[in-house]
Every structure is written in C-alpha cells, then in structure tokens.
Design a protein around this ligand. Structure first.
Ligand code: ADP
Ligand code: MG
Length: 331
C-alpha cells in the first residue's frame, strides 16, 4: 500500500504548490471562512495550512489518511461533483512523500492529532486546538532524492505557491486568505493577503480582483454575464486599452475550479483578436458554470484540465459573450 500511495503521489504532488493546492482545497471544502498558509524554503521544508472549517472527528483521522476514503461523494455519480476534492487521494499521497501531521477539532469533541511519515501512521493522540484543522507537511520528497532534484529554486516554488493561492482566492472571494513565508522562523512575513469580501457574487469578485490584480485592473475591466445552451459565463474582462505589458493575467474557472485549459484561453484570445497584437494577452477572470454533467473535471488527478461535452458551445459562449460586452462598452 505504501508503494501504491507513492505512485499515486507522483500524479497528485509534483511540487510544493500542488501540495498547497490540495490542502487549501480541503480547507475550502470544509467550509472555512479563513485560511492561513505558511511555507518555508519555497514549501520544500514546510507547508502548513490552518483553517476554521468543520474539522475531522478523532475517529475519522485514520480514515482521512486511507486511500480512496473521501467524505465528499458516495461514489454513485462521479460527474456530480460540487467540492474541490472527490478522490480521497491527496492526504495519503502527501503522507507518502513527506512528514504529514493533521490536527483537528470538531465542536463537541476533543482535539486530536495524527502523524504519518514513510508510510507509517501513528496512533491518534490528544492535542490542543480550539477549532478547525491544521495540516503540516514537512520535508516534501525527503525520501525521494530523485524528485527533490527536480524542484526549482525556493523563489520559483514560492511563486508557484502564490499563483495557486491567488487563483483559489479568486474562486472563493468570501473566504479570507493569508500567505506567510516563515523561512526565517517565527511569525514570518506576509507575502499575500486577501480579506473576506462581502456582497453578491459580482461585488465580492470585483473586490477580490481589485486586491489581487490592483485597482488599475478593476478600473479598466467590464462585467461579463452571458449564457448559451446551459452554460453561463460570468466575471470581469479588461478593456482592450488596458495593458499589463508582458504579464499574463488570465484566470479561468470551471464550476468554481481554477483551470488551465487551451480551449478556454484560445477562445479568450479569439474574442480580443481584433483589438490586441499577438504578443499581448487579454487580462480577465472568467467563470464558466454549467450542469456538472456537461463538463468532465475528472480528466487528470491534478484536475486543471477539463473536457466539455460540447467544446464548440463553450468556445462560442466566451467569444460572443466577451465581444458583446466589449461592443457595449464602445469597442
Ligand atoms: P478528498 O478531498 O478527495 O476527499 P483528501 O485525501 O484530500 O481527499 O482528504 C480526505 C478526507 O479528509 C476528506 O474527504 C475530508 O473528509 C477530510 N479532510 C481533509 N482535510 C480536511 C480539512 N481541512 N477539514 C476537514 N476535513 C478534512
Ligand atoms: Mg482533497
């Protein structure tokens, strides 16, 4: 089983940022309103995610670490997914590639902690924690020197972590996020912070985009809200006159999940084809939502690609939705 976990881990955890993504998604699935992420040395020596979500009862801590144990779907309909997680693979995988400690408390229960390292799981012990969950991953890939070698500089890994957090922060504007570099020990240095946004979806997203991309983006972006054949497109897109230079600021989400998808980025570029030169990227944060049966998010364990049942409809919606909004704004 330890070997199987290690093989699965290769699929789920490529680098510190993929571990951060899994842990923060778990926090969000647990209904957290605030998530705090700390890392040291680009996440190579330490990643710690603290949330105020529902927690895990002591009796379930072992289960959380077993493969394919998920509390999120009953297995009857793999396509009907409303949470980030559904495979029950992340925690066992992380426990096979690093030293993992989970401490958690559910209202009405005592706080408890469990550790796993090198495939060996400890007994559940009492712990001190007032609410929520703290997951700590130390020494990622310590037992796999070949994988360690493939990690990039601390700076590059920290940048990848920040990118993951920003995308998830856009996906969940009502949740507060704090990212800290604790490489030097102690409280460390806050490298990214987004306070919980209030209001309806557009208000909250607008506020969050302002705090992540800057007022300059918000002031130059238009609201997108379009629909076609059961697919809805919402979000904000920059006016063609807005330029971030070479910096790419494209953030795409499908059913609330950050994705990096060629079909969608291609459609975004096509919508701006008449306005932008080839080396300029339109800046946008766009959310496609639809019945979960119209899109497969199950393509890859890292889950950043998607497959639409009708790709032409998704592309058409983006191109026409954006062109229409740009035309209404006088472009
Ligand atoms: P998945 O997210 O696909 O269910 P994971 O391996 O990521 O699988 O997590 C396993 C289980 O552990 C989850 O289904 C959930 O019940 C529990 N869990 C993990 N992280 C948290 C958390 N931060 N708060 C509450 N429960 C959690
Ligand atoms: Mg998960």
């Amino acid at each position: 089983d330890a070997a199987i976990n290690r093989i699965a881990a290769g699929e789920v955890v490529e680098r510190p940022a993929s571990a951060v993504k899994e842990l923060v998604e778990n926090a969000l699935d647990a209904g957290a309103t605030r998530v705090e992420i700390a890392y040291a040395d680009g996440g190579k020596t330490l990643i710690r995610v603290t949330d105020d979500g529902c927690g895990i009862v002591p009796d379930d801590l072992h289960l959380a670490l077993s493969r394919h144990a998920t509390s999120k779907i009953d297995g009857s309909d793999l396509l009907d997914i409303h949470t980030f997680g559904f495979r029950g693979e992340a925690l066992p995988s992380l426990g096979s590639v690093g030293r993992l400690t989970i401490t958690s408390r559910v209202d009405g229960f005592d706080a408890a902690t469990i550790r796993v390292a090198g495939g060996e799981t400890s007994v559940v012990k009492p712990a001190a924690l007032s609410a929520g969950t703290v997951v700590e991953l130390r020494d990622l890939f310590y037992a796999t020197p070949a994988r360690l070698k493939f990690m990039r500089s601390d700076r590059a890994e920290a940048q990848a972590i920040t990118d993951v957090i920003k995308r998830l922060a856009m996906a969940e504007p009502h949740v507060g996020f704090t990212l800290r570099d604790v490489s030097g020990g102690g409280e460390g240095r806050v490298t990214f912070r987004a306070d919980p946004e209030t209001g309806d979806m557009f208000d909250a997203l607008g506020g969050r985009l302002g705090s992540i991309l800057g007022r300059d983006f918000s002031d130059n972006a238009i609201r997108i809200d379009a629909e076609r054949d059961g697919l809805r497109l919402t979000g904000f897109a920059a006016l063609p006159t807005y330029s971030r230079g070479a910096a790419v600021a494209q953030f795409l989400f499908v059913n609330g999940r950050p994705v990096k998808d060629k079909l969608l980025t291609g459609a975004l570029r096509a919508a701006y084809f008449d306005f932008l030169s080839r080396d300029r990227h339109p800046a946008a944060a766009l959310f496609v939502s639809c019945d979960p049966h119209l899109v497969d998010v199950n393509v890859h364990p890292a889950k950043s690609e998607v497959r639409f049942r009708e790709p032409g409809v998704a592309r058409g919606l983006i191109v026409s939705g954006l062109r229409h909004a740009l035309a209404s704004a006088g472009h």
